[in-house]
Design a protein around this ligand. Structure first.
Ligand code: ADP
Length: 164
């Protein structure tokens, strides 16, 4: 039997921000393995391809051996978690507006897979207002996102808006 404690952190990561990086680093300390799962959102159109998003996440955690990156095209996160042998789904909480949605998702997931726990982690105060969406708006309008995303994310992000 595999006793490794594995957690899955699903999201769009379009692109990864310092808020995500903070959650990932804090949570990775608590588990043997953390899988950052890039999922296509049914409600959002994405700017970056899944493989671009995965590359930018990987580059953020070079040398951190218990952080893995994977993708999931459709399907339930709990099904992915079961297949991966994960017992925890991690989500980050920012403003109060995140709460209702996360509560509802956690309850649905609990009904579907009682053996999997949702763990909610509060955003650190400095990243409380950072979202991928706000970063995209900023860069689209010519702003500098250096304080909100890892350094290697800036160029690919700026290039996206040049090419669109
Ligand atoms: P989704 O596309 O599912 O809304 P994202 O890809 O933006 O989510 O983010 C994945 C997870 O990370 C979500 O749980 C979201 O609440 C959380 N998150 C996003 N930005 C931050 C941040 N600045 N600090 C903490 N958690 C965050």
């Amino acid at each position: 039997m595999n006793n490794k404690k594995i957690a899955v952190y699903p999201g769009s990561f379009d692109p990864i921000t310092l808020g995500h990086v903070d959650i990932i680093q804090r949570v990775a300390r608590l588990y043997d393995q953390l899988i950052v799962l890039v999922a296509e959102s049914s409600t959002k159109t994405s700017l970056m391809t899944v493989s671009e998003r995965m590359d930018l996440i990987r580059q953020s955690f070079l040398g951190e051996n218990n952080i893995h990156v994977d993708f999931h095209m459709g399907g339930l996160t709990v099904d992915y978690a079961r297949k991966a042998g994960a017992s925890v789904i991690v989500r980050g909480l920012r403003a109060v507006v995140d709460f209702e949605y996360e509560l509802s998702m956690a309850n649905i997931n609990k009904t579907l897979a009682p053996e999997i726990e949702t763990v909610l982690v509060f955003a650190s105060p400095e990243y409380y207002f950072v979202s991928s969406r706000a970063v995209k708006e900023l860069v689209r309008n010519g702003g500098d996102a250096a304080r909100f995303v890892p350094a290697h994310v800036i160029k690919p992000l700026v290039d996206k808006f040049r090419s669109t």
